[in-house]
Design a protein around this ligand. Structure first.
Ligand code: G3D
Ligand code: MG
Length: 193
């Protein structure tokens, strides 16, 4: 029996079409479909899991790429407990731009939310040769360079994901959930009663 519950708001950000909506769908429903309506404004998805007898409730906030309206953005960022920053590994302009824009998204988080736990997802790994990412150290998107960059930029961790195949998705989301749970538990333990 569970006797307490924690709730966290988790925002999922990154350029349009990097796979944010698909990643949430893959993690929460274990599905991937190409026929769905574009996210308008922002959309929320709920997820619950029991961790060590505690009911952990997550609300994922998914922002549509074209949401330039400041009122939508304010509401989106407000009260966030963590952020997942997503870029795409695909070797196209979209992919390269999404990698460069990571900084811009980070800036937005710091501006609106201050210091909250951050996690970095490099999505669509199914479209690239994973051996290249492991072996080619000169590549900016190589595992080694991204692990270092993630650390330098204050991310908890960096994960390679594919919403299409599901590769890495569970592990990446679960890492964030564990972090949020243990942080909260630590806070509760030190609370003066
Ligand atoms: P967004 O929410 O970040 O805007 P979406 O991104 O989840 O809408 O995904 C954008 C496009 O990328 C979609 O294709 C989707 O099917 C595809 N996609 C998402 N994740 C992956 C992935 O891991 N691998 C591959 N190969 N494709 C992915 P369409 O064609 O519908 O635009
Ligand atoms: Mg979307």
């Amino acid at each position: 029996m569970t006797n307490s519950s924690y709730s966290f708001k988790v925002i999922v950000i990154g350029d349009g079409a990097v796979g944010k909506t698909s990643l949430i769908k893959r993690f929460v429903h274990d599905t991937f479909n190409k026929e769905y309506i574009n996210t308008l404004g922002s959309e929320i998805t709920k997820y619950s899991e029991i961790v060590e007898d505690v009911n952990v409730n997550l609300i994922f906030w998914d922002l549509a790429g074209q949401s330039g309206f400041s009122r939508i953005r304010e509401n989106f960022f407000k009260g966030s407990n963590a952020a997942i920053v997503v870029f795409s590994h695909e070797e196209t302009d979209l992919g390269e731009q999404s990698f460069r824009n990571m900084l811009k998204w980070l800036q937005d988080v710091y501006e609106h939310c201050g210091r909250i736990p951050l996690i970095l997802f490099g999505n669509k790994v199914d479209l690239v040769d994973e051996n290249e990412l492991t072996d080619n150290k000169d590549l900016p998107q190589s595992d080694r360079n991204l692990n270092k960059l993630a650390k330098d930029m204050g991310f908890l961790a960096y994960f390679k994901t594919s919403a299409l195949t599901g590769s890495g998705v569970q592990h990446a989301f679960k890492t964030l959930i564990k972090e949020l749970y243990f942080n909260q538990r630590r806070l509760e333990e030190h609370k003066v009663t």
